[in-house]
Design a protein. Sequence first.
Length: 75
Amino acid sequence: MHGGHRETDLAMLALFGCPYLDHVLDGYQRAAPFADGRADRVGLHQLFPLLVPAVPFGHGYAEEGLKTAWAVFTR
């Protein structure tokens, strides 16, 4: 069991390519509606897991993390 924020869990599913993610999101929305702007916060929840592996594994992760950070902070 994970005690973190559900938006973080859903952002991780999106980041790692969850099949049927739209169905998962619909189920969450029906059970407990999301706060406004959830889609705008996805990148923010993905930023840390994108940047941590950049240190040991390099360029590909750093590039994706920077691209995500740019999208999050330039809205």
